[in-house]
Design a protein around this ligand. Structure first.
Ligand code: PMP
Ligand code: GLN
Length: 382
Protein backbone atom coordinates (compact mmCIF):
# COMPACT_ATOMS: atom_id res chain seq x y z
CA UNK A 1 0.00 0.00 0.00
CA UNK A 2 0.97 3.64 -0.43
CA UNK A 3 2.82 5.34 2.45
CA UNK A 4 0.08 7.91 2.70
CA UNK A 5 -2.33 5.36 4.19
CA UNK A 6 0.11 3.98 6.75
CA UNK A 7 -1.41 3.80 10.23
CA UNK A 8 -4.84 4.83 9.00
CA UNK A 9 -6.10 1.43 7.93
CA UNK A 10 -8.39 1.12 10.95
CA UNK A 11 -11.24 3.21 12.28
CA UNK A 12 -13.76 2.97 15.11
CA UNK A 13 -16.73 2.53 12.75
CA UNK A 14 -15.29 -0.61 11.20
CA UNK A 15 -14.23 -2.02 14.57
CA UNK A 16 -17.30 -1.23 16.66
CA UNK A 17 -19.95 -1.73 13.97
CA UNK A 18 -18.60 -5.25 13.43
CA UNK A 19 -18.49 -5.94 17.16
CA UNK A 20 -22.09 -4.72 17.58
CA UNK A 21 -23.13 -7.01 14.71
CA UNK A 22 -21.31 -10.03 16.19
CA UNK A 23 -23.22 -9.77 19.47
CA UNK A 24 -26.98 -9.33 19.55
CA UNK A 25 -27.13 -5.83 21.02
CA UNK A 26 -29.28 -2.80 21.46
CA UNK A 27 -27.38 -0.42 19.21
CA UNK A 28 -26.84 3.15 20.41
CA UNK A 29 -23.40 3.11 18.75
CA UNK A 30 -23.11 4.15 15.12
CA UNK A 31 -25.00 7.32 14.23
CA UNK A 32 -27.85 6.52 11.90
CA UNK A 33 -31.63 6.73 12.37
CA UNK A 34 -33.37 3.37 12.88
CA UNK A 35 -36.56 4.93 11.50
CA UNK A 36 -37.59 5.88 7.96
CA UNK A 37 -37.07 9.27 6.32
CA UNK A 38 -40.23 11.42 6.06
CA UNK A 39 -42.73 10.08 3.51
CA UNK A 40 -42.50 13.05 1.12
CA UNK A 41 -38.77 12.39 0.78
CA UNK A 42 -39.39 8.69 0.07
CA UNK A 43 -41.96 9.70 -2.57
CA UNK A 44 -39.49 12.15 -4.13
CA UNK A 45 -36.97 9.33 -4.32
CA UNK A 46 -39.47 6.99 -6.05
CA UNK A 47 -40.46 9.75 -8.44
CA UNK A 48 -36.80 10.35 -9.29
CA UNK A 49 -36.18 6.63 -9.89
CA UNK A 50 -39.29 6.37 -12.10
CA UNK A 51 -38.72 9.72 -13.75
CA UNK A 52 -37.56 8.54 -17.18
CA UNK A 53 -34.19 7.50 -18.53
CA UNK A 54 -32.41 10.83 -18.11
CA UNK A 55 -32.75 10.49 -14.33
CA UNK A 56 -30.36 7.53 -14.41
CA UNK A 57 -27.52 9.16 -16.31
CA UNK A 58 -24.75 11.63 -15.58
CA UNK A 59 -25.77 15.04 -14.42
CA UNK A 60 -23.81 18.31 -14.28
CA UNK A 61 -20.39 17.38 -12.80
CA UNK A 62 -20.40 19.87 -9.90
CA UNK A 63 -23.98 19.14 -8.92
CA UNK A 64 -27.39 18.30 -10.33
CA UNK A 65 -28.78 21.69 -11.54
CA UNK A 66 -32.15 21.51 -9.71
CA UNK A 67 -30.25 20.62 -6.52
CA UNK A 68 -27.59 23.35 -6.65
CA UNK A 69 -30.29 25.87 -7.61
CA UNK A 70 -32.47 25.18 -4.60
CA UNK A 71 -29.41 24.93 -2.30
CA UNK A 72 -28.30 28.40 -3.48
CA UNK A 73 -31.80 29.78 -2.93
CA UNK A 74 -32.26 28.08 0.45
CA UNK A 75 -28.85 28.89 1.94
CA UNK A 76 -28.81 32.35 0.35
CA UNK A 77 -31.73 33.09 2.60
CA UNK A 78 -29.93 31.58 5.61
CA UNK A 79 -26.72 33.61 5.17
CA UNK A 80 -28.47 36.74 3.97
CA UNK A 81 -26.75 37.24 0.63
CA UNK A 82 -26.86 35.82 -2.84
CA UNK A 83 -25.17 32.47 -3.49
CA UNK A 84 -24.13 31.48 -7.02
CA UNK A 85 -25.52 27.99 -7.65
CA UNK A 86 -22.85 27.17 -10.23
CA UNK A 87 -19.82 28.86 -8.62
CA UNK A 88 -20.25 28.50 -4.88
CA UNK A 89 -21.70 25.00 -4.48
CA UNK A 90 -20.29 21.52 -5.00
CA UNK A 91 -22.38 18.38 -4.57
CA UNK A 92 -20.50 15.31 -3.27
CA UNK A 93 -21.38 11.81 -2.16
CA UNK A 94 -21.98 12.64 1.48
CA UNK A 95 -20.10 14.97 3.80
CA UNK A 96 -17.30 12.39 3.86
CA UNK A 97 -16.46 13.04 0.23
CA UNK A 98 -16.82 16.79 0.73
CA UNK A 99 -14.26 16.64 3.56
CA UNK A 100 -11.89 14.48 1.52
CA UNK A 101 -12.06 16.79 -1.51
CA UNK A 102 -11.60 19.88 0.66
CA UNK A 103 -8.42 18.59 2.28
CA UNK A 104 -7.06 17.35 -1.05
CA UNK A 105 -7.77 20.69 -2.69
CA UNK A 106 -6.39 22.95 0.05
CA UNK A 107 -3.64 21.16 1.97
CA UNK A 108 -0.09 20.94 0.65
CA UNK A 109 2.77 18.79 1.88
CA UNK A 110 3.75 19.91 5.44
CA UNK A 111 0.88 22.34 5.83
CA UNK A 112 -0.62 22.40 9.31
CA UNK A 113 -4.34 21.95 9.91
CA UNK A 114 -5.75 22.86 13.32
CA UNK A 115 -8.36 20.37 14.54
CA UNK A 116 -10.53 21.02 17.59
CA UNK A 117 -11.02 18.00 19.86
CA UNK A 118 -13.16 15.99 20.24
CA UNK A 119 -13.39 15.67 16.46
CA UNK A 120 -15.12 13.39 13.95
CA UNK A 121 -12.40 10.82 13.47
CA UNK A 122 -11.96 11.01 9.68
CA UNK A 123 -10.41 14.50 9.77
CA UNK A 124 -7.06 13.18 10.99
CA UNK A 125 -6.44 10.51 8.29
CA UNK A 126 -7.79 12.80 5.58
CA UNK A 127 -5.35 15.56 6.56
CA UNK A 128 -2.55 13.00 6.61
CA UNK A 129 -3.47 11.68 3.17
CA UNK A 130 -3.21 15.20 1.81
CA UNK A 131 0.34 15.39 3.23
CA UNK A 132 -0.64 17.77 6.03
CA UNK A 133 -0.04 17.67 9.76
CA UNK A 134 -2.89 17.77 12.29
CA UNK A 135 -2.41 20.21 15.19
CA UNK A 136 -4.84 19.54 18.02
CA UNK A 137 -6.53 21.79 20.52
CA UNK A 138 -9.12 20.39 22.93
CA UNK A 139 -12.37 21.82 24.19
CA UNK A 140 -12.08 21.50 27.96
CA UNK A 141 -14.93 21.02 30.44
CA UNK A 142 -15.37 23.97 32.75
CA UNK A 143 -16.57 22.25 35.90
CA UNK A 144 -18.82 24.19 38.21
CA UNK A 145 -19.92 22.87 41.60
CA UNK A 146 -22.39 20.05 41.26
CA UNK A 147 -24.40 21.57 38.41
CA UNK A 148 -25.55 19.30 35.60
CA UNK A 149 -23.10 19.73 32.76
CA UNK A 150 -24.06 20.66 29.25
CA UNK A 151 -22.01 20.75 26.08
CA UNK A 152 -21.89 24.56 26.41
CA UNK A 153 -19.56 24.08 29.40
CA UNK A 154 -16.87 22.65 27.10
CA UNK A 155 -14.87 25.61 25.84
CA UNK A 156 -11.73 26.57 23.97
CA UNK A 157 -9.05 28.67 25.58
CA UNK A 158 -8.51 31.65 23.24
CA UNK A 159 -4.82 31.79 24.22
CA UNK A 160 -4.28 28.10 23.64
CA UNK A 161 -6.04 28.30 20.27
CA UNK A 162 -4.08 31.39 19.22
CA UNK A 163 -0.82 29.63 20.12
CA UNK A 164 -1.48 26.96 17.47
CA UNK A 165 -1.53 29.41 14.56
CA UNK A 166 1.76 29.98 12.74
CA UNK A 167 2.93 30.64 9.16
CA UNK A 168 2.52 26.96 8.25
CA UNK A 169 -1.15 26.89 9.30
CA UNK A 170 -3.32 26.38 6.21
CA UNK A 171 -6.71 25.61 7.71
CA UNK A 172 -8.76 25.01 10.84
CA UNK A 173 -11.56 22.45 11.07
CA UNK A 174 -14.58 23.11 13.24
CA UNK A 175 -17.69 20.97 13.72
CA UNK A 176 -20.86 22.59 15.02
CA UNK A 177 -23.07 21.02 16.32
CA UNK A 178 -20.21 18.78 17.39
CA UNK A 179 -20.04 15.01 17.10
CA UNK A 180 -19.69 13.44 19.73
CA UNK A 181 -20.13 16.26 22.28
CA UNK A 182 -23.18 18.10 20.92
CA UNK A 183 -21.63 21.53 21.44
CA UNK A 184 -23.22 24.32 19.42
CA UNK A 185 -20.67 27.15 19.10
CA UNK A 186 -21.96 30.56 20.09
CA UNK A 187 -21.42 33.55 17.82
CA UNK A 188 -18.75 34.96 20.19
CA UNK A 189 -16.87 31.67 20.16
CA UNK A 190 -16.95 31.60 16.37
CA UNK A 191 -15.81 35.22 16.28
CA UNK A 192 -12.60 34.30 18.16
CA UNK A 193 -11.90 31.63 15.54
CA UNK A 194 -12.83 33.95 12.67
CA UNK A 195 -10.51 36.71 13.96
CA UNK A 196 -7.60 34.26 14.06
CA UNK A 197 -8.40 32.95 10.56
CA UNK A 198 -8.43 36.48 9.17
CA UNK A 199 -5.31 37.56 11.06
CA UNK A 200 -3.30 34.56 9.85
CA UNK A 201 -4.95 34.16 6.43
CA UNK A 202 -6.24 30.68 7.26
CA UNK A 203 -9.14 28.80 5.67
CA UNK A 204 -11.98 27.55 7.89
CA UNK A 205 -13.51 24.17 7.10
CA UNK A 206 -16.84 24.07 8.90
CA UNK A 207 -18.58 20.70 9.23
CA UNK A 208 -22.24 21.52 9.88
CA UNK A 209 -23.94 18.21 9.07
CA UNK A 210 -26.14 18.48 12.22
CA UNK A 211 -27.08 22.12 11.58
CA UNK A 212 -30.84 21.58 12.02
CA UNK A 213 -30.56 19.61 15.25
CA UNK A 214 -30.35 22.09 18.12
CA UNK A 215 -32.13 22.08 21.48
CA UNK A 216 -33.15 24.34 24.37
CA UNK A 217 -32.99 27.42 22.18
CA UNK A 218 -29.36 26.90 21.14
CA UNK A 219 -28.89 28.63 17.79
CA UNK A 220 -26.70 27.27 15.02
CA UNK A 221 -24.52 30.02 13.55
CA UNK A 222 -22.65 29.60 10.28
CA UNK A 223 -19.10 30.89 10.64
CA UNK A 224 -19.28 31.73 6.91
CA UNK A 225 -21.88 34.38 7.78
CA UNK A 226 -19.46 36.36 10.00
CA UNK A 227 -17.81 39.44 8.42
CA UNK A 228 -14.81 38.55 6.27
CA UNK A 229 -15.41 34.79 6.52
CA UNK A 230 -17.53 33.98 3.44
CA UNK A 231 -14.45 34.06 1.16
CA UNK A 232 -12.36 31.86 3.45
CA UNK A 233 -14.87 29.24 4.61
CA UNK A 234 -15.81 25.85 3.18
CA UNK A 235 -19.16 24.94 4.73
CA UNK A 236 -20.12 21.28 4.65
CA UNK A 237 -23.68 19.99 5.04
CA UNK A 238 -25.29 16.58 4.54
CA UNK A 239 -28.51 15.72 2.73
CA UNK A 240 -28.34 12.36 4.47
CA UNK A 241 -28.31 13.97 7.91
CA UNK A 242 -30.85 16.67 7.05
CA UNK A 243 -33.49 14.28 5.74
CA UNK A 244 -32.59 11.07 7.62
CA UNK A 245 -31.52 9.45 4.34
CA UNK A 246 -28.17 9.35 2.58
CA UNK A 247 -26.95 9.75 -0.97
CA UNK A 248 -30.05 11.07 -2.73
CA UNK A 249 -29.87 13.89 -5.29
CA UNK A 250 -33.24 14.68 -6.94
CA UNK A 251 -35.09 13.67 -3.76
CA UNK A 252 -32.84 15.93 -1.67
CA UNK A 253 -33.54 18.78 -4.12
CA UNK A 254 -37.28 18.27 -3.61
CA UNK A 255 -36.76 18.06 0.14
CA UNK A 256 -35.03 21.46 0.17
CA UNK A 257 -37.71 22.86 -2.15
CA UNK A 258 -40.38 21.79 0.34
CA UNK A 259 -38.34 23.19 3.24
CA UNK A 260 -37.86 26.44 1.35
CA UNK A 261 -41.63 26.80 1.24
CA UNK A 262 -42.41 25.53 4.75
CA UNK A 263 -39.37 26.80 6.69
CA UNK A 264 -40.42 28.35 9.97
CA UNK A 265 -43.82 26.62 9.95
CA UNK A 266 -44.75 23.59 12.07
CA UNK A 267 -44.66 21.36 8.97
CA UNK A 268 -40.95 21.99 8.37
CA UNK A 269 -38.94 18.79 8.84
CA UNK A 270 -36.07 20.93 10.11
CA UNK A 271 -38.37 21.81 13.03
CA UNK A 272 -40.12 18.47 13.39
CA UNK A 273 -36.96 16.36 13.54
CA UNK A 274 -35.25 18.31 16.39
CA UNK A 275 -38.54 18.38 18.26
CA UNK A 276 -38.84 14.62 18.04
CA UNK A 277 -35.18 14.19 18.96
CA UNK A 278 -35.47 16.54 21.93
CA UNK A 279 -37.83 14.04 23.60
CA UNK A 280 -35.38 11.24 22.94
CA UNK A 281 -32.50 13.36 24.23
CA UNK A 282 -34.30 14.03 27.52
CA UNK A 283 -35.38 10.41 27.83
CA UNK A 284 -31.81 9.19 27.44
CA UNK A 285 -30.36 11.86 29.77
CA UNK A 286 -32.84 10.99 32.54
CA UNK A 287 -32.08 7.32 32.19
CA UNK A 288 -28.28 7.82 32.24
CA UNK A 289 -28.49 10.08 35.28
CA UNK A 290 -30.62 7.60 37.18
CA UNK A 291 -28.01 4.87 36.78
CA UNK A 292 -25.08 7.08 37.74
CA UNK A 293 -23.71 7.76 34.26
CA UNK A 294 -23.35 11.55 34.33
CA UNK A 295 -24.41 12.80 30.87
CA UNK A 296 -23.11 15.95 29.19
CA UNK A 297 -26.38 17.35 27.87
CA UNK A 298 -25.84 18.14 24.16
CA UNK A 299 -27.11 21.43 22.70
CA UNK A 300 -27.14 19.91 19.24
CA UNK A 301 -26.65 16.82 17.08
CA UNK A 302 -27.88 13.36 18.00
CA UNK A 303 -25.18 12.08 20.29
CA UNK A 304 -24.69 12.31 24.05
CA UNK A 305 -21.49 11.55 25.93
CA UNK A 306 -21.53 10.29 29.51
CA UNK A 307 -18.88 9.96 32.22
CA UNK A 308 -18.16 6.33 33.15
CA UNK A 309 -15.48 7.03 35.77
CA UNK A 310 -17.76 6.36 38.76
CA UNK A 311 -18.79 2.92 37.50
CA UNK A 312 -16.97 0.06 39.08
CA UNK A 313 -16.82 -2.81 36.64
CA UNK A 314 -14.32 -5.58 36.42
CA UNK A 315 -12.60 -5.14 33.05
CA UNK A 316 -10.13 -7.97 33.17
CA UNK A 317 -10.81 -9.30 29.65
CA UNK A 318 -7.27 -10.22 28.54
CA UNK A 319 -8.19 -9.70 24.88
CA UNK A 320 -8.53 -5.95 25.45
CA UNK A 321 -5.49 -5.49 27.72
CA UNK A 322 -3.56 -2.29 27.01
CA UNK A 323 -6.43 -0.56 25.24
CA UNK A 324 -7.84 2.77 26.51
CA UNK A 325 -10.31 2.42 29.40
CA UNK A 326 -13.33 3.57 27.32
CA UNK A 327 -12.52 1.04 24.56
CA UNK A 328 -12.39 -1.77 27.13
CA UNK A 329 -15.58 -0.57 28.78
CA UNK A 330 -17.50 -0.33 25.49
CA UNK A 331 -16.35 -3.83 24.47
CA UNK A 332 -17.42 -5.18 27.86
CA UNK A 333 -20.80 -3.44 27.54
CA UNK A 334 -21.37 -5.01 24.11
CA UNK A 335 -20.26 -8.51 25.05
CA UNK A 336 -21.62 -8.78 28.59
CA UNK A 337 -24.66 -6.52 28.55
CA UNK A 338 -25.74 -6.41 24.91
CA UNK A 339 -25.60 -2.63 24.51
CA UNK A 340 -23.47 -0.90 21.87
CA UNK A 341 -22.01 2.59 22.31
CA UNK A 342 -18.82 4.30 21.05
CA UNK A 343 -15.64 5.16 23.02
CA UNK A 344 -15.00 8.92 23.02
CA UNK A 345 -11.18 8.78 23.16
CA UNK A 346 -11.40 7.80 19.47
CA UNK A 347 -12.35 11.44 18.86
CA UNK A 348 -8.99 12.68 20.22
CA UNK A 349 -5.44 12.82 18.91
CA UNK A 350 -2.96 10.25 20.29
CA UNK A 351 -1.36 12.95 22.51
CA UNK A 352 -4.65 13.87 24.24
CA UNK A 353 -6.37 10.46 24.18
CA UNK A 354 -5.24 9.43 27.67
CA UNK A 355 -6.91 12.49 29.24
CA UNK A 356 -10.31 11.63 27.78
CA UNK A 357 -10.83 7.90 28.28
CA UNK A 358 -13.68 8.21 30.78
CA UNK A 359 -16.49 9.03 28.36
CA UNK A 360 -18.65 6.94 26.07
CA UNK A 361 -21.03 8.15 23.35
CA UNK A 362 -24.69 7.20 23.00
CA UNK A 363 -26.65 7.85 19.78
CA UNK A 364 -30.29 8.83 20.33
CA UNK A 365 -31.64 9.07 16.78
CA UNK A 366 -33.42 5.79 17.55
CA UNK A 367 -36.98 4.47 17.91
CA UNK A 368 -38.39 4.81 21.43
CA UNK A 369 -38.54 1.02 21.58
CA UNK A 370 -34.76 0.89 20.99
CA UNK A 371 -34.17 3.48 23.73
CA UNK A 372 -36.47 1.56 26.09
CA UNK A 373 -34.51 -1.61 25.47
CA UNK A 374 -31.28 0.26 26.29
CA UNK A 375 -32.87 1.65 29.43
CA UNK A 376 -33.86 -1.87 30.57
CA UNK A 377 -30.27 -3.02 30.17
CA UNK A 378 -28.86 -0.06 32.10
CA UNK A 379 -31.37 -0.29 34.94
CA UNK A 380 -31.01 -4.02 35.37
CA UNK A 381 -27.27 -3.93 35.77
CA UNK A 382 -26.85 -0.87 37.94
N1 PMP B 1 -19.23 14.90 9.69
C1 PMP B 1 -19.72 14.49 10.87
C2 PMP B 1 -19.50 15.34 12.09
C3 PMP B 1 -20.41 13.27 10.96
O1 PMP B 1 -20.88 12.86 12.14
C4 PMP B 1 -20.57 12.49 9.80
C5 PMP B 1 -21.19 11.12 9.90
N2 PMP B 1 -22.45 11.10 9.45
C6 PMP B 1 -20.09 12.98 8.57
C7 PMP B 1 -19.41 14.18 8.57
C8 PMP B 1 -20.28 12.22 7.29
O2 PMP B 1 -21.57 12.51 6.78
P1 PMP B 1 -22.18 11.83 5.48
O3 PMP B 1 -23.00 10.66 5.94
O4 PMP B 1 -23.03 12.88 4.83
O5 PMP B 1 -21.02 11.43 4.61
N1 GLN C 1 -21.27 9.79 11.62
C1 GLN C 1 -21.80 8.61 12.23
C2 GLN C 1 -21.32 8.50 13.65
O1 GLN C 1 -20.60 9.35 14.11
C3 GLN C 1 -21.47 7.34 11.43
C4 GLN C 1 -20.06 7.24 10.99
C5 GLN C 1 -19.77 5.97 10.23
O2 GLN C 1 -20.46 4.98 10.33
N2 GLN C 1 -18.75 5.98 9.44
O3 GLN C 1 -21.67 7.59 14.33
Amino acid sequence: HARRIEGIDKNIWVEFTQLAADYKVVNLGQGFPDFSPPSYIQEAFCKAVNGGCSMHQYTHAFGHPPLVSILAKFFGRVVGHEIDAFEDILVTVGAYQALFCTFQALVDEDDEVIIIEPFFDCYQPMVKMAGGKGVYVPLRPRVEGGKALTSADWVLSSEELASKFNPRTKAIVINTPNNPLGKVYKREELQVIADLCIKHDVVCISDEVYEWLTYDGAKHVKIASLPGMWERTVTIGSGGKSFSATGWKEAVAQGFQREYELFGTPESYFLQLPEMLNHKRKKLATCLESVGLQPILPEGGYFMIADISSLKVDLNDPSTQGEPHDYRFVKWLIKEKGLATIPVSAFYSPEHRKDFQNYIRFCFVKEDSTLNAAEDILRKWS
